[in-house]
Design a protein around this ligand. Structure first.
Ligand SMILES: O=C(O)CCC(=O)C(=O)O
Length: 279
């Protein structure tokens, strides 16, 4: 598909509204499954953008995916790759049915007005044989100098089973606040996992049909299994947040200190609706 076709999403309508029960469920459990958040046509359009970004010929383009496999043996194929902020290259991603519905849900689930939220996105490819996303909280990846009020919405671009890498959550874990994390690999790889042993028998796996999505609080422990199917798993998560607020003193996050010691300290920034904002 030519890039010009990514200038606007396909026409279509689907408006969904969170129920009181859904808001209460999210507050109690820290995650929520929504069976249908966008249309099949829009999923096909999003998938075409995803495949464009991850195509080998675009490996050096702005916003190209980075390898998140952890250490690989020489010649070993990538086991997970991730492209950040695709909306910087394709602003039409901010105009989708999916985003409008996800924003409405995010505002209700976080208990804030829609106008106060902004979003940023990322895309994750887990090929056949691809690695697990280890148990973690999203907050662990963020900046110690900032406070966040945020959630993620995770949209697969096809039907997804637990064996392919659907999201799994530990219900109620968001109530525990930020937990200690550690690097699973060399700190420069930035592959984090929670330090404590997770009781996987408590995990709720959330397989989805294409067009469905899951929401999770930024402190909810979550995981996706290695992809043991013969199809690549393509996911388009988006984070919704209030503008992060600078703290009087940084939070203690030694794993971030280790990352910064390995790769250097970058300027503090966040992305809001396609705009990079330095803090
Ligand atoms: O897609 C995955 O495998 C992991 C995604 C994830 O951890 C997230 O979106 O917060």
């Amino acid at each position: 598909m030519a890039e010009v076709e990514f200038r606007e999403p396909p026409a279509g309508e689907l408006e969904i509204f969170p129920s009181r029960q859904e808001v209460e469920f999210f507050g109690e459990h820290g995650y929520l499954v929504v069976e249908r958040i966008t249309t099949d046509e829009e999923i096909a359009w999003l998938r075409a953008i995803f495949e464009h970004i991850f195509a080998p010929e675009h490996a050096h383009a702005a916003g190209a995916p980075i390898d998140r496999s952890g250490s690989l043996a020489p010649g070993e194929q990538s086991r997970l790759s991730q492209a950040f902020f695709p909306e910087l290259q394709f602003p039409a991603l901010l105009e989708t049915i999916h985003r409008r519905n996800a924003l409405r849900y995010a505002a209700a689930l976080l208990g804030v007005p829609e106008r106060d939220l902004s979003s940023w996105g990322h895309m994750i490819q887990k090929p056949p044989g691809g690695r697990a996303a280890l148990w973690h909280q999203d907050h662990a990846y963020w900046q110690p100098e900032l406070d966040y009020h945020a959630l993620g919405v995770w949209l697969p671009l096809h039907d997804v089973s637990a064996e392919m890498g659907a999201m799994q959550f530990i219900p109620g874990s968001h109530k525990r606040g930020l937990l200690p994390h550690r690097h699973d690999d060399a700190p420069a790889m930035n592959v984090l996992t929670v330090v404590e042993e997770v009781d996987a028998s408590r995990a709720v796996a959330c397989p989805l049909k294409a067009g469905g999505a899951t929401f999770h609080h930024s402190a909810t422990l979550h995981y996706t299994a290695p992809n043991t199917t013969d199809q690549p798993r393509l996911a388009y998560p988006m984070e919704f947040q209030l503008a992060p607020v600078r703290r009087a003193a940084p939070r203690v996050m030694p794993w971030v200190d280790e990352l910064r010691a390995a790769v250097g300290q970058r300027p503090l920034f966040y992305v809001a609706d396609g705009e990079m904002i330095e803090v």
